[in-house]
Design a binder for this molecule. Structure first.
Ligand SMILES: [Zn+2]
Length: 332
């Protein structure tokens, strides 16, 4: 089984190399390096060195577009959004938000250029992390305002439905959003596949009473799993983040990713929340790991190295204690 860990927050090579050796010694076989817009602008060659150091100790490397355009998951901020305010999403008909629009050709060009840099840096797989539409709650709008009315979306919607785009979330708009995101990811997967690099696509976990509330995301797991060039389908059911019971929530997400991936010959990759709690919640963590293992996934990954104790906003308590327990549960 592939067992991996996410690594972020350090670009000093000798420290990264020592940490990669430590991860390998602890039993990890893969590492995910975040590769943000900031990294692309300022650490491009250094990332290649850090990836090489990871390979030197036998780790397989995934690279993620951390926070890119605020369309992909991750805490990193987006300068692209600040520099391109007229190419971002427009919610509720009139409200611009700090998220690029996946319909926008300029943003698509930017992500392809990022992908080229990720391939050049030596990634084994590109990890397309939780592509999603902006949430209207972040700008104080109601849920039905989740229809992007930017020029690109209006043109694409009119082309597809021969009608002007509603300013609210109708069934047609919901279908349009899923289609745009799915085709956006499929285009990116094909782009890196043409350069000989495989993809992992990580989709938002199903949350909610009916287990289907992944509305801002891709939705159609089968379409992604069946895409040529997708090596692994992934999901990250972080029980504490989503305030869900670990056994049921992680078990259901693991079963869903397993079924969707295996039906199309892809690997099932499950992420575990290894941050944001303290030693008193380790029983919940172990329950979550067991639920993932029992579901029969192919890859178990954890976010992140040293329980993310160096990143204040993740809120891990006594990270040294948590990390030892995380390693014990995940790599044994
Ligand atoms: Zn749009």
């Amino acid at each position: 089984m592939t067992v991996g860990v996410a690594y972020f927050g350090n670009r000093i090579l000798r420290h990264a190399a020592a940490d990669m050796a430590d991860a390998a010694e602890r039993g990890f076989t893969g590492v995910l390096h975040t590769f943000s817009e900031h990294d692309l602008a300022h650490y491009r060659q250094q990332m290649a060195r850090i990836i090489a150091a990871s390979h030197d100790v036998g780790l397989q490397v995934q690279l993620s577009p951390w926070g890119l355009g605020h369309v992909f998951g991750g805490e990193a901020d987006s300068r692209w959004v600040a520099d391109n305010p007229r190419q971002c999403q427009v919610l509720g008909g009139t409200t611009p938000v700090s998220a690029a629009c996946p319909s926008n050709p300029g943003f698509r060009d930017f992500v392809r250029a990022w992908a080229d840099a990720a391939v050049d840096a030596g990634a084994d797989r590109i990890f397309w992390d939780e592509p999603a539409w902006a949430r209207p709650e972040t700008v104080g709008l109601p849920a039905h305002a989740a229809a992007c009315g930017c020029a690109s979306c209006r043109a694409a919607f009119a082309h597809r439905f021969a009608a002007s785009m509603p300013a609210r979330l109708t069934d047609e708009v919901a279908a349009f959003r899923r289609t745009v995101l799915t085709e956006f990811i499929q285009e990116l997967v094909a782009h890196v596949a043409a350069r000989g690099v495989a993809s992992t696509v990580c989709l938002l976990p199903p949350v909610g009473d009916d287990g289907a509330d992944d509305a801002p995301g891709v939705g159609d797991w089968a379409a992604i799993a069946a895409t040529p060039g997708v090596d692994a389908l992934a999901t990250a059911p972080y029980w504490k983040v989503f305030d869900q019971p670990p056994a049921q929530f992680v078990g259901a997400a693991a079963a869903r990713v397993r079924d969707a991936a295996h039906a199309h010959g892809a690997r099932a990759q499950l992420w575990q929340q290894g941050f944001g709690f303290g030693p008193d919640e380790l029983p919940d963590f172990r329950t979550a790991v067991r639920a993932g293992r029992d579901a029969g996934v192919d890859e178990l990954w954890v976010w992140g190295y040293e329980a993310g104790g160096h990143m204040s906003s993740l809120g891990t308590r006594e990270p040294e204690v948590v990390w030892e327990a995380v390693c014990d549960a995940v790599t044994r």
